[in-house]
Design a protein around this ligand. Structure first.
Ligand SMILES: CC(C)(COP(=O)(O)OP(=O)(O)OC[C@H]1O[C@@H](n2cnc3c(N)ncnc32)[C@H](O)[C@@H]1OP(=O)(O)O)[C@@H](O)C(=O)NCCC(=O)NCCS
Length: 196
């Protein structure tokens, strides 16, 4: 199968929003333990909230898509995704554990969210390609609030379940390490990767 990794590009279309919503809700239904949000919470989102998810300048979503069987040039099914939130997108609740642990004050923090590949398309390198696409965006992104013209480290962070063997293996493979300076809570560990 011919897969593509593509950013959700501006201007975001209604078709993009519908496909993103369908993929995200499917991920929450199939793998509820992999996410801190729930299907029940997000099924109630308004169209405006779904649109906002894709339109912030301070985060970027990448999609793994595959050309529909038998289609001629058009029609792609979305089968995986990753979102990377930049410093301006991070809410106090995300930052609070770092402040409490006294780490990260000298980092520009980026956070991985919503990482998911449909079970029928796993173990073909899509997860790795999605993470690499997110890291490339971090490398070049200039965030209006925290960016200090390259003087501070850009640290890409994520929270992964201790029993999520495939997720942990993937992140380790691309260079993430467990942040031993962070308290590990409720069966989850923070991992981080310093991006030059
Ligand atoms: C984690 C996930 C994104 C991996 O996606 P994927 O497309 O299968 O990943 P890849 O094919 O790129 O695999 C990358 C590495 O992950 C590891 N991996 C993938 N599947 C694995 C499995 N079933 N068991 C153990 N390790 C696995 C391997 O180290 C693999 O590298 P290798 O192919 O060189 O051995 C996917 O399993 C998934 O969506 N899981 C549910 C959601 C989730 O856990 N998200 C992460 C939350 S933090």
């Amino acid at each position: 199968m011919a897969y593509r990794i593509v950013p959700v590009a501006e201007p975001v279309t209604n078709e993009d929003i519908d496909k993103y919503k369908a993929l995200r809700l499917t991920s929450l239904k199939i793998d509820p333990s992999s996410f801190s949000s729930t299907y029940e919470r997000e099924i109630a989102f308004t169209p405006e909230i779904w649109a906002q998810r894709l339109t912030s300048r301070f985060k970027r979503t990448f999609i793994a898509s595959v050309k529909d069987e038998g289609s001629i040039g058009v029609g792609e099914t979305w089968v995986g995704m990753i979102s990377v939130l930049g410093p301006s997108e991070l809410i106090p609740a995300t930052l609070e554990p770092f402040e409490r642990a006294g780490v990260g004050a000298d980092w520009d923090m980026y956070f991985v969210a919503g990482m998911w590949v449909h079970p029928e398309h796993r173990e073909r390198g899509l997860g790795t390609s999605l993470v690499k696409a997110g890291l490339e965006w971090v490398q070049t992104n200039v965030d209006p609030i925290n960016d200090s013209e390259g003087k501070r480290d850009k640290m890409v962070l994520l929270l992964v379940g201790d029993d999520n063997a495939s997720g942990r293996a993937l992140y380790q493979k691309v260079g993430f390490t467990t942040l031993t300076s962070m308290p590990q809570a409720k069966g989850n560990s923070y991992m981080g990767l310093n991006v030059a």
